[in-house]
Design a protein around this ligand. Structure first.
Ligand SMILES: *[C@@H]1O[C@H](CO)[C@@H](O)[C@H](O)[C@H]1NC(C)=O
Length: 424
């Protein structure tokens, strides 16, 4: 009981504090102290149907949510879109406010009026809100929290699907039932389920009345801040653990090895890289193997590209089979559930050991294999490394200078394969 009391106390302190700082995370497991590193678009109801009083409650609810999340460079970045007839960005992620400033900005917002066009609001969000130039940090999951009074006036399903496919995690908070007038306008009675990822209600909250909305601050913030669960809106670019296994044998040579590193960097550059999105790891091998960097070492594209550039050439024999085994045991052992395990092997010659066995073992463990052979690489070995069908997973260049032509094809194929998978 005492613990509960203290926890409540912390909660209330937190709600009124600008930057919540937790000293006792472990002891009290206080939920609000976790680093809430997400980029959030709040979509706020501005239609006439909500009325002045409820519009004011909505503002104070949003203010409390923002306070509880902890806004700032180390925490959440927030922006707000009001939707009535037409969506308007009231402020975007670039404002880089503290909780206090964001709360004040929310208080200033004037009700727009018109219909409840949520679908148009979502479209506005995926087209304009999460662009880099609008302040998207890229190192944090994208979240859209829709607050809706009653039912929407336009279709939600299609814009929501497009937003999710752009990697945006949509939360739907619906408050109160629709009145009869509103129901006439609704084309999708099941719009909440159509809008969110189907993960047993995690992405939707139904609030019986505006008078009770304050009770939902904590449940909402807990969910929005749970970065591990925000993997539902996956794209081919933000949901993989990619492991490069690079041949450092003496036949490659110093200059060609630089080209291979460039190749690795060019593929990596195409992905959204962060701890919650795609992660990159790398193994170099000769007769021996070494981890150049594991998945969890770097949390941004910049750092990964920098690390690739600084890998030094090993120079030795070629044991490709052992290297694949090694990558499975030393990189993929630390993969996260929900991530696609992609292995890209780059080699220029025949392996001294068996490639077939280790490759089959890797495939059995859910690893998707891509093989990139250069000059003396052996076709049968590339086929063994690669997943089926061969034409989508085996690449070959006659000389090192030619690998650059393969980059976009590999990325395209990774995305094609992803889009063919059944999805949540
Ligand atoms: C990598 O990308 C750069 C810039 O697009 C290009 O000039 C270079 O040829 C590429 N190299 C490889 C090996 O892919």
């Amino acid at each position: 009981k005492l613990l509960l009391f203290i926890q409540r106390l912390f909660l209330s302190v937190c709600l009124f504090d600008e930057e919540p700082v937790c000293l006792h995370t472990k002891v009290l497991s206080c939920w609000f102290c976790r680093n809430c590193k997400v980029d959030v678009a709040f979509l706020m109801e501005g239609s006439w149907s909500i009325g002045k009083r409820r519009f004011a409650i909505q503002k104070s609810f949003l203010g409390n949510v923002v306070k509880a999340m902890g806004v700032g460079p180390q925490g959440a970045a927030v922006g707000l879109v009001q939707f009535g007839n037409k969506p308007t960005t009231e402020f975007n992620l670039k404002s880089q406010w503290t909780s206090k400033e964001a709360t004040a900005a929310i208080q200033e917002i004037k009700q727009q009026g018109g219909y409840s066009n949520v679908g148009k609001g979502l479209q506005h969000v995926y087209k304009t809100f999460f662009l880099d130039k609008s302040g998207n940090r890229g190192r944090a999951p994208n979240v859209a929290v829709v607050l809706l009074d009653g039912w929407p006036s336009d279709a939600v399903k299609e814009p929501a699907r497009l937003a999710r496919e752009a990697g945006i995690n949509i939360f739907m908070v619906t408050v109160e039932e629709a009145d009869q007038d509103e129901k006439k306008l609704v084309s999708e009675a099941d719009f909440v389920n159509q809008a969110v990822c189907r993960t047993s209600g995690f992405f939707s909250l139904s609030v019986p009345s505006w008078n009770e909305v304050h009770k939902f601050v904590r449940p909402l913030v807990e969910r929005v801040c749970n970065a591990e669960k925000l993997l539902c809106s996956k794209t081919c670019l933000n949901s993989a653990d990619i492991s490069f296994v690079v041949d450092g044998s003496s036949s490659v040579g110093f200059n060609n090895f630089r080209t291979v590193l460039q190749f690795v960097a060019n593929i990596s550059r195409a992905f959204d890289i962060s701890d919650t999105a795609t992660r990159i790891g790398m193994v170099q091998y000769t007769y021996e193997q070494r981890v150049e960097f594991p998945f969890n070492k770097y949390n941004s594209k910049e750092d990964v590209l920098n690390a690739i550039q600084h890998v030094s050439y090993w120079n030795g024999g070629t044991a490709t089979g052992a290297a694949i085994n090694y990558a499975v045991q030393n990189l993929f052992s630390a993969t996260k559930p929900n991530k696609r395990k992609i292995l890209i092997v780059i080699t220029d010659g025949r392996s001294y050991d068996d490639v077939r066995g280790p490759s089959a073992e890797a495939h059995k463990g859910g690893v998707i294999g891509y093989a990139v052979g250069i000059s003396w690489a052996v076709h049968e070995e590339l086929m063994a490394i690669a997943s089926k069908p061969e034409k989508d997973h085996v690449f070959f260049a006659n000389e090192f200078g030619g690998v650059n032509t393969v980059v976009s094809q590999i990325v395209t194929n990774i995305c094609k394969e992803f889009n063919e998978q059944p999805r949540n």
